[in-house]
Design a binder for this molecule. Structure first.
Ligand SMILES: [Zn+2]
Ligand SMILES: [Zn+2]
Ligand SMILES: [Zn+2]
Length: 398
C-alpha cells in the first residue's frame, strides 16, 4: 500500500470513526487485513504525517481488535516512505513495565483491554537514521521481548545497542541479537580476541555488535551472559559483542554512528545507576534535532538536566519513565515524568515503562487534566506539542 493510499485510508477511517463500523472499515482497507490493521494505518499515518499530535477523541473506540496487533500492523508501518524526508525516526518497540502488559494471569480491565495501545512489550526503542546511503539502526535495550519486537517491526539490521541498565526486562533478549552479530564462515581457523583479551573463534563469528553500557550494567552482562565470553565448541551460535563504556559518551566525545551523535545521561534508578541517552542528528535544514530516552529512573540530577538542555539543540521528543500514578521507589510516577519534561521542555513528551494500572486512553486523559500544573508543558502543547503516553509501534520523527 503506498503512502498516498495509506493517507486516503486514514482519512476514510477518520470519517468512518463516527459510524463505529469497524468491519466495514477493515474491508475497505483490504480483505486480507484485520481490524487492528485498520487502526494502525490510521495511527501511523496521522502520527507520521502530522508529527504526532492528534486528538484522541477522534479515534473510534476499538472493540474487536485482535491481540496480534504487532504482527499484523508494523510491517505495514514499515512500508511508509518516512525515510525520504531525511529525519531520524524513533520507534517505540515496547512501552511496558517489567511484567509487560497484559500481565501473566491477570484479568484486570487493562490486561483484557481490546485497545492495541494497551498491549505493552517490555521497554525498548529503535532509532533509525539514513546516512551515506544506508539506514543505520541503533537499539535501546534488548529485553525478553526483543525477538517478538524485531519480527513485528521487520528489523532487517542492527548496528549498535545502547543499554540503559542491567535489569532483566532490558537485557534478557541479548542472545537473540546473534542473528546480527555472527556469520558462520566454514573452514576459517583464525581467532578473534576482544578488547578484554577474550578469544573467540572466528569460524563462529565475524562481526561483533557494539554494546554501550555503564559499569554496573557491563558487570551484569558478563555475569548473566557468561557463556558469550568463553570459548565453546564449534557449532551452535552465540552473539559476539564488544562492551563499551557508556560513561565515556560525553559531549566532547559522543558516539558518532550513522550520522547521529549520542551522549549518555547519568540517572538514578533507586540505588542503582542507570543511563539515559540523548540522540541528535542534524536535519537537512541544518537544525540539530534531538530525542532524549530516559527510562528506569526516579532521579535525574540538575547536572544531567543541564547536559540535556545544553546539548539537545531542538529537543523534539523525550521518552520518560512514567510507571503509574503512585510514587514508586525506583521509577518516576506520571507526575514526576511530567515534572522532568517541564525542565527539559521537549516538543513531544511520552511516558514509557507503564504498568497495567492504567490504559492508554485513561493516561492520556489524566495528562490533559494535570497539564496546567506544568506551565512550560502547557505552553508547548498550546503551540502544537504533546504530552501523551507512548504505545508500542509508535513512530516518532525528530
Ligand atoms: Zn525496566
Ligand atoms: Zn492486569
Ligand atoms: Zn530497571
Amino acid at each position: 500500500m503506498s503512502l498516498i493510499e495509506l493517507m486516503t485510508c486514514s482519512v476514510f477511517l477518520l470519517k468512518s470513526a463516527a459510524a463505529s463500523s469497524t468491519a466495514f472499515v477493515a474491508s475497505f482497507i483490504c480483505e486480507r487485513r484485520s481490524k487492528s490493521l485498520a487502526l494502525l494505518s490510521f495511527c501511523s499515518a496521522i502520527e507520521v504525517l502530522t508529527s504526532i499530535s492528534f486528538d484522541l477523541t477522534l479515534l473510534a473506540k476499538p472493540t474487536t481488535l485482535s491481540n496480534s496487533f504487532w504482527a499484523e500492523t508494523l510491517p505495514l508501518a514499515k512500508r511508509l516512505d518516512w525515510r525520504d524526508n531525511g529525519r531520524m525516526v524513533i520507534t517505540i518497540l515496547g512501552s511496558g513495565t517489567s511484567h509487560g502488559v497484559p500481565v501473566i494471569a491477570c484479568n484486570c480491565a487493562v490486561c483484557s483491554s481490546s485497545d492495541p495501545r494497551d498491549k505493552r512489550y517490555r521497554a525498548s526503542a529503535l532509532i533509525e537514521n539514513e546516512f551515506e546511503g544506508k539506514t543505520w539502526r541503533v537499539l535501546i535495550d534488548v529485553g525478553p521481548d526483543f525477538r517478538s519486537q524485531a519480527l513485528a517491526c521487520g528489523l532487517p539490521s542492527l548496528d549498535a545497542i545502547l543499554l540503559t541498565h542491567g535489569h532483566a526486562d532490558h537485557l534478557h533478549g541479548l542472545d537473540d541479537i546473534r542473528i546480527f552479530s555472527h556469520t558462520k564462515v566454514p573452514n576459517a581457523v583464525s581467532k578473534y580476541t576482544d578488547k578484554d583479551g577474550v578469544e573467540h573463534p572466528t569460524n563462529e563469528f565475524t562481526k561483533a555488535m557494539p554494546i554501550y553500557a555503564d559499569k554496573a550494567a557491563t558487570k551484569i552482562i558478563r555475569a548473566h551472559f557468561d557463556y558469550i565470553f568463553h570459548r565453546t565448541q564449534i557449532g551452535g551460535g552465540k552473539p559476539l559483542v564488544t562492551l563499551n563504556a557508556a560513561e565515556k559518551l560525553v559531549p566532547s566525545a559522543p558516539l558518532k554512528i550513522g550520522g547521529m551523535e549520542i551522549i549518555s545521561i547519568p540517572m538514578k534508578h533507586g540505588k542503582i545507576p542507570t543511563t539515559g541517552y540523548l540522540i541528535s542528528a542534524v536535519a537537512k535544514d541544518g537544525t540539530k534535532k534531538s530525542a532524549a530516552y530516559l527510562t528506569d529512573c526516579n532521579y535525574i540530577s540538575e547536572k544531567s538536566i543541564k547536559l540535556i538542555n545544553d546539548n539537545a539543540g531542538l529537543l523534539v521528543h523525550a521518552v520518560i519513565d512514567g510507571l503509574r500514578k503512585d510514587v514508586h521507589t525506583t521509577h518516576f510516577s506520571f507526575e514526576e515524568a511530567l515534572a522532568t519534561a517541564n525542565l527539559i521542555q521537549p516538543r513531544h513528551t511520552w511516558t514509557t515503562h507503564m504498568t497495567h494500572d492504567f490504559g492508554y486512553q485513561e493516561i492520556a486523559e489524566y495528562f490533559k487534566e494535570i497539564l496546567p500544573e506544568y506551565p512550560r508543558l502547557e505552553k508547548i502543547v498550546a503551540n502544537g506539542g504533546s504530552v501523551l503516553p507512548a504505545h508500542d509501534g509508535l513512530r516518532l520523527e525528530a
